[in-house]
Design a protein around this ligand. Structure first.
Ligand code: PEP
Ligand code: MG
Length: 910
């Protein structure tokens, strides 16, 4: 049955039959060749073998019978149209065979030129072209390319031989080789082929064609291609098309040549065409950089007619595609031929500049311009970068956890980081992993490097929150904090030596690499005027482009964007970056440093009066924190989350303390009573899996007075602000709720305190009380939970952890490399939302929450709130806002605007 369908399927399309919409079937190159043919541009005739034929071949290990017949028919049409036959002994038709997947993919077999040449047709070609040198050069190129890409013979074997002949002949470039030398080279190359494969170079032109076609199909599954697809998240089951095209020759003498050009500069986005031309050469010579290329201006002097035609075509293509095009062309004895075009790849900066240029030229609309740039590109523009031209020594590559380029003296502990930074030195904090104790060191450092932990590890989350560069999970690095050295792949680096880390690529370099700052950040933080001061015209143009597209995204988006910020400083920065509120203030960070002893006292309190005394000391400190935060966020919603982490995080390390007590006992020095009490508390609170233990609302229900103190501090702060004439819009959020009963119980306490404080202060405050949805049970019972919650905020970090059963801090280093390799997922679910699993729970909760409370406010405050793909999902899932690290706010704004314009599948099926 399936075979019958395949028998009838059209597996081969002449260029004249397809168009640009058919990239699924014809691949990018094939579809664009067809489009140029349709436009009447000078494209050599040819045909495309479809991706469906490739998929069939890869499934069954051989091509369908019908493909062979269809190739024969297409070849005959080609031959009849040109009046020449493939590999004929007189004036032979030759063809190129080129791969072409839907998206261009380095790592696959690219091209074999001159298919159809053999020991006989080479003579016919020499005669027809009246050029022996050209014919033998073309034949040696065929054997070389065929040998390398179809027969897998190492390219050096051919190159070494070519070099040897050049030396013998006293030639510096291949163009200087005589026909006789090239003919000798052909014999040598044929010997290399028979020696390497045990059979002669195939003389039958059709066999050459079929073998090249199969090699293109097979190249879809090479390791390099698979690795590339994994990295770029391209599905493995697309397959590639094969393009067979009549050869035109750039190597027919001084009036011939080959080149590549762009309709605008793809590196900077500068207006005006840009390209390279090589006289008397075939396509691969330009890319290989064998000889120096000429500019398009030189080409215009050399061949004004071809240049003028190329210029007309470039304009035509840009008008047609309404975007930057990149083009490959060949001139054969003064006649211009187009070999390829596509909408060209470009850098992040070029993307923004070109999109706004095209709006100004009235070629595209502002909406279209917004779809032409991405949040990833904006993020790249925001971070300082290492100077791309500087020499470098790569030590290792690990997880790119928080972007940026950081250079500093290596230090191995937080205290040293703080001390050296205070002396005005740049330091890089290197730890096996970080914990809340390292916070000060992280603040003092220019960047953070860890050898353990993934992208949601403490180091990564905190570093992103602060906009600090971070590379994590660098397992090749052995961090010896005792000896104050790190060892990596045979290199030892001691404290004080310089290291450079790139948080956008995960690379770690020895020594200091020069850094170039980003004017885009100046714009985002301080506005357009500040950013335009003293920068060159290119940078100014880029900043203006970012400003225009970001403002358009703000006009277009439905999602609001808030920030995750824990203090007034971060909140102020978030506001300047465009945050429309705080979606998550994590209060645990307020209990570190000096205040840790107060929490310790609370935990150790043996009776209610002692506990109350500890809480009473904490209350004014918390209130002051909230007054500052609400002042910074005046007039904007500010969601404060009650304490979430397990209490043992505020106590000393269990092992260290146990050793201290044991040593004191053994030496008879006398154990301090405090230490003994502390150890007992640490033992009592110890949990095998603290992430799933006494956390969140459970803590609130088990430690009397703790949440009450926080709620009182929040409400008193709001009252103080209101009485001072401010506009506090605080919201109180309860974490890790799994059952509505937990929320009912804690709300009884919260509601009472809020009412008391309002009455005492004589103000009327509107303080919504809501919950995080970060457990599957909460999502599944959202209808009940909404009875007691005025808003939901999806804590997608924990929701991912608990949906998958993945321990947040452990799995990325331990499991994810293997899972990505095996294709279980193409991207970490902690980085980009798992639409089908976690997304389905979110959609359920959205639906059920609104059934109970139609106007319920819905937000997202996990790390996914700043991830471009996830933002699109949240737009379609119908939440009201996303909240993310301050530095990701502009990215989320841009992507929320794009989500409102781009129609991508929502996923997360119910
Ligand atoms: C979450 O779980 O997504 C969240 C925002 O809370 P935290 O990361 O603090 O657990
Ligand atoms: Mg959480």
């Amino acid at each position: 049955m399936t075979t019958a369908i395949r028998e009838r399927a059209q597996l081969v399309y002449d260029f004249a039959d397809g168009d640009r919409s058919q990239t699924d079937l014809l691949g990018g190159k094939g579809a664009n060749l067809a489009e140029m043919t349709r436009l009447g541009l000078p494209v050599p005739p040819g045909f495309t073998i479809t991706t469906e034929a490739c998929r069939h071949y890869l499934d069954r290990g051989e091509e369908p019978q019908s493909l062979r017949v269809q190739v024969t028919m297409a070849l005959r049409r080609l031959e009849d149209g040109l009046g020449r036959r493939l590999g004929d002994i007189q004036d032979p038709l030759l063809v190129s065979v080129r791969s072409g997947a839907k998206v261009s993919m380095p790592g696959m077999m690219e091209t074999v030129l001159n298919v159809g040449l053999n020991d006989y047709s080479v003579k016919g070609l020499a005669e027809a072209a009246k050029d022996e040198r050209f014919a033998w050069d073309s034949y040696r190129r065929l054997i070389q390319m065929f040998g390398r890409t179809v027969l897998d013979i190492p390219s050096e074997r051919f190159e070494d031989r070519l070099d040897a002949v050049k030396t013998r002949e006293g030639a510096t470039t291949d163009v200087e080789l005589s026909p006789a030398a090239l003919q000798g080279l052909v014999e040598d190359f044929k010997d290399i082929v028979s020696d390497a494969t045990g059979r002669d170079f195939p003389q039958d032109p059709r066999e050459q064609l079929d073998m090249a076609m199969r090699a293109v199909f097979d190249s879809w599954n090479t390791d390099r291609a698979r690795i590339y697809r994994r990295r770029e998240r391209i599905p493995h089951d697309l397959g590639t098309a094969v393009n067979i095209c009549a050869m035109v020759f750039g190597n027919m003498g001084e009036d011939s040549g080959t080149g590549v050009c762009f309709t605008r500069d793809p590196a900077t986005g500068k207006q005006g065409v840009y390209g390279d031309y090589l006289v008397n050469a075939q396509g691969e010579d330009v890319v290989a950089g064998i000889r120096n290329t000429l500019s398009l201006e030189d080409f215009a002097r050399l061949d004004p007619a071809s240049h003028a035609e190329l210029t007309r075509i470039m304009r035509r293509l840009e008008t047609h595609y309404r975007d930057l095009c990149d083009i490959e062309f060949t001139v054969e004895r003064g006649k211009l031929w187009m070999l390829q075009t596509r909408v060209g790849k470009r850098t992040a900066g070029a993307a923004f500049r070109i999109a706004t240029q095209l709006v100004d030229e009235q070629v595209i609309t502002r909406d279209e311009a917004l779809t032409r740039v991405t949040g990833h590109q904006l993020a790249q523009l925001m971070f300082p970068q290492f100077d791309a031209d500087a020499p470098r020594t790569l030590l290792t590559k690990a997880m790119a956890a928080s972007p940026g380029a950081a250079v500093g003296e290596v230090v191995f502990d937080s205290a040293t980081a703080v001390a050296r930074a205070a002396e005005g030195r740049r330091v890089l904090l290197v730890r096996r992993e970080t914990n809340p104790d390292d916070l000060e060191g992280m603040i003092a450092a220019t960047g953070v490097l860890t050898s353990r932990g993934g992208k949601t590890s403490h180091a990564a989350v905190v570093a992103r929150g602060m906009g600090r560069t971070c590379v994590c999970g660098a397992e090749e690095i052995d961090v010896d904090a005792e000896a104050k050295v790190l060892r990596v792949n045979g290199t030892t680096i001691a404290e004080g030596e310089l290291l450079s880390i790139d948080g956008s690529t995960g690379e770690v370099f020895a020594g200091e690499l020069p850094v170039v700052p980003s004017p885009v950040v100046t714009y985002l933080e301080r506005g357009l005027d500040a950013a335009l001061e003293g920068v060159d015209e290119e940078a100014a143009d880029l900043v203006r482009a970012v400003d225009r597209l970001l403002r358009h995204a703000d006009r277009t988006r439905r999602l609001a964007v808030r920030a995750n910020a824990d203090n007034a400083e971060d909140a102020t920065r978030a506001r300047s970056l465009g945050a429309q509120g705080i979606g998550l203030c994590r209060t645990e960070h307020m209990f570190l440093g000096d205040r840790r002893v107060l929490i310790e006292r609370l935990i150790l309190a043996e009776d209610p009066p002692a506990r109350d005394a500890a809480l009473a000391e904490l209350l004014p400190l918390q209130r002051a924190d909230f007054v500052e935060l609400l002042t910074a966020m005046d007039g904007l919603p500010t969601t404060i989350r009650l304490l979430d982490p397990p209490l043992h995080e505020f106590l000393p390390d269990r092992t260290e303390l146990a050793v201290k007590v044991a040593v004191a006992k053994a030496t008879g020095d006398g154990v301090s009573a405090d230490d003994e009490r502390l150890l007992a508390a640490v033992e009592r609170l110890h949990e095998a899996n603290p992430m799933l233990g006494r956390r969140g609302v459970r803590l609130g229900l088990l430690v009397p007075g703790l949440y009450g103190m926080q709620v009182r501090a929040i409400t008193e702060a709001a009252a103080e602000r209101a009485l001072a004439g401010g506009d506090p819009r605080v919201e109180i959020m309860v974490p890790l709720v799994g059952s509505v009963m937990e929320l009912h119980l804690i709300r009884d306490e919260i509601d009472g305190i809020v009412a008391d404080v309002q009455a005492a202060a004589g103000v009327d405050l509107d303080i919504p009380i809501g919950t995080m949805i970060e457990l599957p049970r909460a999502a599944l019972t959202a209808r009940r939970i909404a009875e007691s919650a005025e808003f939901f905020s999806f804590g997608t970090n924990d929701l991912t952890q608990t949906t998958w059963g993945f321990s947040r801090d452990d799995v990325e280093a331990a499991i994810f490399a293997a899972y990505l390799e095996k294709g279980v997922f193409t991207v970490s679910p902690f980085e980009s939302l798992d639409r089908d699993g976690v997304g389905a729970l979110i959609r359920t909760a959205v639906e059920k929450g609104r059934e109970t409370r139609p106007g319920i406010k819905l937000g997202v405050c996990g790390e996914h709130g700043g991830d471009p793909d996830s933002v699109h999902f949240f737009h379609y899932a119908g939440v009201d806002y996303v909240s993310c690290s301050p530095f990701r706010v502009p990215v989320a704004r841009l992507e929320a605007g794009r989500a409102a314009l781009v129609d991508d599948t929502v996923g997360g099926e119910l």
